[in-house]
Design a binder for this molecule. Structure first.
Ligand SMILES: [Zn+2]
Length: 171
């Protein structure tokens, strides 16, 4: 099932998500499948559960956007355990469509997470994957990438979005 992507302004995006405590259930498998489906439909490379209105610590990433099954990543209750280096690139978010800003992130990031069976694993990503890991774990803490840009730029984005909301073009 393809969920609509929740847009900036919905409080679910800025609230820390709840940890997942039940694993390997049909509901969890279905939710993860739906998250991939919804992410591919939106042509994204990462999606956090709050972005489909589910306040749980689950994120999916696929830098190949459905081309390479080996790149599918499911991160449940992820925690960043190492974050090194510095890269500054443009970043966007499915929940803030039409905007992109430069964000400084680490270049090498290690995350500890659980899979759908509840097994704990660690993985390290570099460059774009490092950025995606940080972007998605941020989502699960209720943090959007615009919290990493200057207050001036953030206010400008907020003002533009307010206009879009008024015009009925942000729903
Ligand atoms: Zn995002």
């Amino acid at each position: 099932m393809i969920y609509p992507i929740v847009k900036y302004g919905d409080p679910v995006l800025e609230k820390p998500a709840e940890p997942v405590s039940e694993f390997d259930t049909p509901e969890l498998h279905k939710l993860v499948d739906d998250m991939f489906e919804s992410m591919y439909a939106a042509k994204g490379v990462g999606l956090a559960a709050p972005q489909i209105g589910v306040g749980k610590k689950i994120a999916v990433i696929d830098l190949s956007v459905g081309e390479d099954p080996l790149q599918k990543l499911v991160l449940i209750n992820p925690e960043v355990v190492a974050n090194d280096g510095k890269q500054r690139e443009e970043e966007g978010c499915l929940s803030i469509p039409g905007f992109r800003e430069e964000v400084t992130r680490g270049t090498r990031v290690t995350v500890r997470a659980q899979n759908v069976k509840g097994e704990t694993f660690e993985m390290t990503g570099e460059q774009l994957l490092a950025r995606a890991l940080l972007h998605e774990t941020d989502h699960l803490s209720g943090r959007l990438y615009i919290t990493h840009v200057s207050a001036l730029k953030r206010d400008l984005i907020r003002r533009k979005i307010r206009k879009l909301v008024k015009a009925g073009e942000w729903a």
